[in-house]
Design a protein around this ligand. Structure first.
Ligand SMILES: *Cc1c(COP(=O)(O)O)cnc(C)c1O
Length: 418
């Protein structure tokens, strides 16, 4: 049996997979089993921030794997402590504490559970706990029961009801809608600073600031899902700071970039006092309240620390900014009618496609059709919602690789403009 046939027979058909079997990667290049070389502007969906098989990542994995792969969170894991210190002091740069998970959805579960705990500590006037989290339409927070409930897209919830209750979804960037949704049960607002899966929609700076104000006013937690936009992707180590650097969240979740391709996630809670006694917000996740067998193990933590150090020492957020601005400018300068907009921050970019110009076969999605056309020309990208093609190259992508990708994009988009 070949790979395709094995997938058919043995792997659950949950993904619409392209007919491409990757076997080797180097930087922004990916080779498949048929020997084709692709420019990889998918990068494991914003995960391989340093590109494939970056020597720093390969070496730290090899070295740590030969030392100690895993031990229990019952013990004090030095690599986990070092990683948490780096995230708090060098990345968030606000007093707080980190919990490590294995994925983005799990990191968001941590935020959701923290919100519920906070709702018990700061209940409604009648003493019953607050629990409701406001999230946004077109958001994506993950596929677990909790993170799926938080997600503002019906298509991922089909036939999984009853869905976990305690979430309300309002239109993104609509402050009045948020205001109207706040009720005594409300305990938190959770958002992506830049919605990735939902179409590369950025929060407006004034919206983010107003949310922070609303949270103060109503004693709500401001929870930012940085799983996709964090750690440099948007041109700042913290995604929301690319938009409104003065905003101070109460909780943050990460995954994707954190491991540079190695599976690890985490969430941070602020040390800010939540009462007159000086109780730290981060302390509400007390001993026994949460856990993960693998989260933050020696191999994952050592790898993530090396990835973050490389992002910082190579100043990759800045690079993402420069390259992103250049890509945006270039694409706009072509003035192709098939392009409605180029959105996003840093190297989380979305090319809006005008549906009037592209023939979409029955049962296919517009963005998927364009992504497939680009793939056939040797460039890997990702759909973001129905009408947006997402570019997520490694943050250290070279200028030459960007030029090559732009040439492919131009060639393909031009074919729609006849
Ligand atoms: C990818 C993603 C998730 C889910 O992460 P997993 O590691 O797939 O569980 C959550 N939130 C955002 C914003 C994401 O982009």
């Amino acid at each position: 049996m070949n790979t395709s046939e094995k997938f058919e027979k043995y792997v659950m058909p949950t993904y619409g997979r392209y007919s491409l079997a990757p076997v080797r990667g180097e930087g922004a290049r990916l080779w498949d089993s048929a020997g084709h070389c692709y420019l990889d502007f998918c990068a494991g969906i914003a995960t391989c921030v340093l590109g494939h098989c970056h020597p720093v990542v390969t070496q730290v994995i090899q070295k740590q794997a030969a030392m100690l792969v895993h031990c229990s969170n019952l013990y004090q894991i030095p690599q986990q402590a070092d990683l948490a210190e780096f995230i708090v002091t060098k990345c968030v740069q606000e007093p707080g504490k980190v919990f490590f998970s294995n994925s983005g959805a799990e990191a968001n579960e941590g935020l959701i559970k923290s919100a519920r705990r906070f709702g018990h500590r700061h209940p409604m006037a009648d003493g019953s706990p607050r629990y409701e989290v406001i999230t946004f339409e077109k958001s994506f927070h993950g596929r677990t029961s909790g993170s799926m409930a938080a997600t503002g897209q019906d298509k991922i919830k089909v036939e999984f009801d009853p869905i976990l209750t305690g979430f309300v979804h309002v239109p993104f960037n609509d402050l009045e809608a948020v205001r109207a949704a706040i009720r005594p049960e409300t305990v938190a607002i959770m958002l992506e600073a830049v919605q990735g899966e939902g179409g590369v929609n950025a929060a407006k700076p004034e919206f983010l600031r107003a949310l922070a104000e609303l949270c103060k006013e109503h004693d709500l937690l401001l929870l930012i899902d940085e799983v996709q936009c964090g750690f440099g992707r948007c041109g700042n180590l913290m995604g929301w700071r690319a938009i409104a650097p003065d905003v101070k969240p109460d909780g943050i979740s990460w995954a994707k970039a954190l491991g540079g391709g190695f599976p690890i996630g985490g969430f941070w809670l602020s040390d800010r006092a939540i009462d007159d006694k000086g109780t730290e917000l981060s302390s509400i996740m007390s001993p026994g309240s949460h856990g993960s067998t693998y989260g933050g193990n020696p191999l994952g933590s050592a790898t993530a620390l090396a990835v973050l150090q490389e992002i910082v020492s190579e100043n990759l957020p800045d690079r993402a900014n420069k390259m992103g601005a250049y890509i945006k400018e270039e694409i706009m300068s072509w003035q192709l009618p098939v392009v409605t907009a180029v959105r996003g921050y840093g190297l989380l970019l979305g090319i809006g496609i005008n549906p009037e110009y592209v023939d979409v076969p029955e049962g296919k999605m517009l963005s998927g059709v364009v992504v497939e056309a680009l793939r056939q020309e040797g460039l890997l990208t990702v759909p973001a919602g129905p009408e947006t093609v997402r570019l997520l190259p490694p943050l250290n992508v070279s200028e030459e690789e960007v030029q090559q990708a732009l040439a492919i994009i131009k060639r393909v988009l031009k074919t729609y403009c006849k």
